[in-house]
Design a protein around this ligand. Structure first.
Ligand SMILES: CC(C)(COP(=O)(O)OP(=O)(O)OC[C@H]1O[C@@H](n2cnc3c(N)ncnc32)[C@H](O)[C@@H]1OP(=O)(O)O)[C@@H](O)C(=O)NCCC(=O)NCCS
Length: 139
């Protein structure tokens, strides 16, 4: 089942990110994000376990997909596909015309997954700068 994140999920979501080798979003950053668009942070539940997670963001012009991860015990069962499709449906409802995301260049399986879903690479290079006293995690 795909549903919106609730705070009681945080430890389980953290475990999924860690098991998938993804950086964990600290609580403080997540609180700020959820104050804006809580309906774009989704989890996948199998039985009573959180098996996957995806975080969307909409800036009013473009949508962004961040921190998609599925626990290694639950891969190749279509969970990431269902998470992304559910998130896309929410972007469409918000009137969002295009969605972007970032994949590390050496993440071949991640790239294959995204291309299966119609997300094509473009040559832009990410540039980033933390603001004074700003975010500790990247992306
Ligand atoms: C990438 C990831 C989210 C995929 O999750 P998943 O639930 O296993 O993906 P799905 O089952 O929905 O896969 C859908 C399709 O994507 C492709 N795909 C997924 N994982 C793949 C892999 N390891 N190698 C090649 N193709 C893959 C396949 O075409 C797959 O369809 P199939 O199983 O019928 O062949 C998961 O492997 C993961 O968490 N990886 C680590 C974190 C990461 O890379 N995140 C995304 C990059 S930002």
């Amino acid at each position: 089942m795909i549903r919106q994140f609730e705070w009681r999920d945080y430890d389980a979501v953290t475990r999924v990110w860690e098991a998938a080798g993804r950086e964990v979003v600290p609580r403080g950053e997540l609180e700020a994000k959820l104050a804006r668009d809580p309906e774009l942070f989704l989890v996948a539940e199998t039985g009573r376990r959180i098996a996957g997670v995806v975080m969307g963001a909409y800036d009013g012009r473009r949508g962004w997909i961040l921190r998609l991860a599925v626990h290694p015990d639950h891969r190749r069962q279509g969970i990431a596909t269902r998470l992304v499709e559910a998130l896309e449906a929410r972007f469409v409802r918000l009137g969002c015309p295009r969605v972007n995301l970032l994949v590390l260049p050496d993440n071949e399986s991640g790239l294959r997954f995204w291309q299966e879903l119609g997300y094509l690479p473009c040559p832009d290079v990410l540039c980033t700068k933390p603001m004074q006293g700003g975010a500790v995690s990247a992306g």
